[in-house]
Write a protein that binds this ligand. Structure first.
Ligand SMILES: [Zn+2]
Ligand SMILES: [Zn+2]
Length: 315
């Protein structure tokens, strides 16, 4: 009989606030825990410049939180990572601001298609501008989608990519690395620059890595991205017993996530993106990782109250 593993919610990064001071990631929330669609909300409360990593279902974030977003970082376009994008557009539609959207190859076309699938009344107060950036291995492709101009077909500009940083704003930077998934996919690191541009001391870096095989192709970039991270959020779609499936579908096992955290010298590992096949025994994934990397946690919410299935018909 395995010993039950107490699973705790990772401690919020020190807060509450007060601002001003250097911008920091004081609030980090897995919107759907470790078991739902991937989405990591990052905020420094008191400033309206929150960040969101991945666009899985995000109904738990009200329009006020979504309306605070400054930038969204999409890992890829599988539906569980992209389905929440429409709610973000809606919550920001009448805001006079630029919302920055980063993603892998194909993001400009896919974001444009999503927007154009709706009819808009185009009221004059609808001023949202989407600044979309595609991150390729060697270049960045950018396009500006403007509501006030009724979202004409985007004109795409290209520039060479140099170094891992793709976004920098108000004391924070975001780095990107390519993963090894079934489609183009990115991993990200969020860095507090107040600690120094090259600082790798604990506290300056949070890494978000999901939907990747742990392979020769992905390891060097992901290790560099997560090296010395205070917290590593990492794909743990499978248990090690399902290693063949992990390799086939380009995901990681809990064991691989733990080996990654240990090799990267991370302070804490938070497992995310558990496959639903482990429902009822998610703790076993945490237990598996803890055997290799003791400071492993996960957010396993209690089962939500569900609408009961419909009653059987008489006829
Ligand atoms: Zn995927
Ligand atoms: Zn996924």
């Amino acid at each position: 009989m395995p010993v039950p593993v107490p699973v705790r919610v990772p401690a919020p990064v020190p807060g509450p606030v007060p601002v001003p001071g250097p911008r920091a990631f004081r609030e980090l929330r897995l919107v759907n825990g470790s078991t739902g669609d991937p989405a990591l909300f990052v905020d420094d409360p008191g400033r309206d410049n929150a960040l969101l990593f991945d666009c899985g279902e995000n109904a738990a974030l009200g329009d006020d939180r979504l309306g605070d977003l400054e930038a969204v970082f999409l890992t890829h376009h599988h539906i569980d990572h992209f389905i929440g994008f429409d709610r973000i557009v809606r919550a920001n539609l009448d805001r006079d601001k630029a919302l920055h959207v980063y993603g892998p190859e194909g993001t400009i076309r896919k974001v444009y298609q999503r927007i154009k699938s709706y009819e808009f009344p185009f009221f004059p107060f609808m001023k949202i501008v989407l600044e979309v950036v595609e991150v390729w291995p060697d270049r960045l492709r950018t396009a500006r989608l403007e509501c006030a101009r009724r979202f004409p077909r985007p004109r795409v500009a290209e520039s060479p990519r140099s170094g891992p940083v793709v976004y920098r704003s108000d004391g924070l930077s975001v780095e990107a690395a390519l993963t090894d998934h079934t489609v183009p996919c990115l991993a990200f690191a969020l860095v507090e620059e107040a600690a120094g541009a090259n600082d790798r001391s604990p506290g300056s870096r949070i890494a978000y890595v999901t939907d990747t095989a742990w392979s020769e192709a992905s390891r060097p970039g992901l290790l560099e991205l997560a090296r010395g991270a205070r917290r590593l959020y990492c794909d743990s779609f499978y248990a090690e017993a399902q290693r063949p499936q992990a390799e086939k579908y380009r995901h990681m096992t809990a064991t691989q996530a733990a080996e990654f955290a240990r090799e990267a010298g991370a302070g804490e590992l938070v497992l995310i993106h558990f496959a639903s096949r482990y429902r009822g025994c998610y703790e076993s994934l945490v237990e598996e990782a803890r055997a290799i990397f003791p400071n492993t946690t996960a957010e396993i919410p209690p089962p939500a109250a569900k609408i009961p299935p419909r009653a059987a018909k008489d006829s």
